[in-house]
Design a protein around this ligand. Structure first.
Ligand code: SAH
Ligand code: TYD
Ligand code: ZN
Length: 408
């Protein structure tokens, strides 16, 4: 029986999304049965009965998900570029003001955040294990170590560069099953008054929106203020601030500091109280979530079958890792969604993991426009609807499925 990765407590499973491929294992049409494409694991989520950490029951080996050819590129969204530039400016103004400050980012990807820091001439280090994307970061002028962050790497960085005033991780901390080693490394590398800031999908938003496609191999942990506070304390760290962010379908940004080093913001107490009032970790809430997942899946498939019966042309928009869960759970293949338009060159020409829907460049979307477009990259809704205004003007309709299935 798997146990809680943070405290060793008993896991109580509340949703099972079946046998799933890896979310980013886009399939090459020349080699559709290679090891990565054929791999399946059971995608089920549980809550720890002791510390309330929500987590996958089974997981995929870390280096099987993150490797040389990992296709995800952070800078594909202009909203995310602006989001990380604003945060970098805040770090520069608030936290990187001492003599010769130093910032470390875990999962720096293509340099979307650190390039603003590098341009400001501030000492920094990106840690990005995936070789191809680390190289993109270097081309963007940032210093990158292409390795997995863990306690050993943290000790090495400390020896070479000294303590970090800021350690940052976006959409990365929740992706790592060995958080104990990461947190020991952070405790050791962080300067006495330093902060560890991380942002990841917020479990409260997932429950509220039934956005179950946030669940895939890379998302191992789903944080709440309560579970993060408990986890931090086990490693000599303290949750001193929280912010809810609108990006990526709703995220929680947490700030940790050495225990007692910084005052705790009232925002922490407020969010803890809100989570308790909502019963976010109550079994009844979790079982309602599991019911909502089933209902959402059923109504989407019903709609797509109706449209096919009417001879309508439906394509997908955004070959997200998230959509791997949705498409496989619902059994949506090329018969229901003929192709998916995506702006990432690394994904174009490939097929979706498990369901083998072809992925084409954005120019294919308008050539000619489909009758309906399934908005798989729903977390970028505003940006995409603005960019594709001509689709609606030409009579096209969007199919949304978060927080419920609707056509607009
Ligand atoms: N921070 C970016 C990228 C998120 S994708 C953003 O928010 O858009 C997650 C990234 O974490 C990937 O680029 C992956 O290679 C990296 N990663 C995975 N495991 C890691 C580890 N142990 N140490 C550092 N980076 C890691
Ligand atoms: P992302 O939001 O990171 O989701 P996930 O973490 O689930 O993979 O991915 C968004 C995808 O959508 C990415 O492959 C790029 C694509 N995309 C477009 O094709 N056009 C756009 O305008 C935007 C914003 C994204
Ligand atoms: Zn636990």
């Amino acid at each position: 029986m798997p146990v809680c990765r943070i405290c060793g407590g008993t896991l109580s499973e509340f949703v099972d999304l079946g046998a799933q491929p890896m979310g980013n294992a886009f399939v090459s049409p020349q080699d559709p049965d290679d090891d990565a494409a054929s791999f399946r694991f059971r995608l089920a989520v549980a809550m720890c009965e002791a510390c309330t950490m929500v987590q996958l029951v089974d997981d995929v080996q870390h280096d099987q998900m993150f490797h040389q050819g990992y296709p995800y590129r952070s800078s594909g969204s202009s909203v995310m570029r602006a989001h990380f530039e604003a945060l970098a400016r805040r770090f520069l103004a608030q936290d990187l003001t001492g003599t010769d400050p130093f910032i470390v980012e875990l999962g720096s990807n293509d340099g979307i955040m650190l390039h603003t820091i590098a341009k400001a001439g501030v000492r920094h280090l990106g840690v990005e294990p995936c070789g191809d994307v680390a190289e993109v970061g270097r081309a963007n002028g940032i210093r990158v170590r292409s390795e997995f962050f863990d306690e050993n790497l943290a000790a090495d960085v400390l020896a070479q560069d000294g303590p970090a005033d800021v350690i940052f991780a976006a959409n990365t901390f929740s992706h790592i099953d060995f958080l104990d080693s990461i947190l020991r490394g952070i405790k050791n590398l962080l300067a006495p008054d330093g902060v560890f800031v991380f942002e990841d999908p917020y479990f409260g938003d997932i429950v509220e929106r039934a956005s179950f496609d946030q669940i895939y191999d890379e998302h191992i942990f789903f944080f709440t203020a309560r579970s993060v506070q408990d986890m931090a304390a086990r490693f000599g760290l303290e949750l001193v601030d929280v912010e809810l962010l609108p990006v990526h379908g709703g995220e929680l940004r947490c700030t940790l500091a050495h225990t007692g080093a910084r005052p705790v913001s009232p925002a922490v107490t407020e969010l803890l109280a809100e989570e308790a009032a909502q019963g976010l970790t109550e079994p009844a809430t979790l079982s309602r979530f599991a019911d909502a997942v089933r209902e959402l899946g059923d109504s989407l498939v019903t709609l797509l079958r109706e449209l096919r019966a009417q001879g309508k042309r439906v394509v997908g928009y955004g070959a997200t890792a998230k959509s791997t869960t949705l498409l496989n759970y619902c059994g949506i293949g090329p018969d229901l969604v003929s192709f998916i338009s995506d702006s990432t060159p690394e994904k174009q020409g490939r097929l979706t993991p498990g369901t083998h829907i072809p992925i084409r460049g954005p120019e294919a979307f308008a050539d000619p426009y489909p009758d309906y477009a399934l908005l798989l990259a729903w977390n970028h809704q505003e940006e995409i609807l603005r960019k594709e205004a001509a689709f609606r003007e030409a009579g096209g309709k969007w199919i949304h499925y978060v927080p419920d299935v609707r056509v607009e």
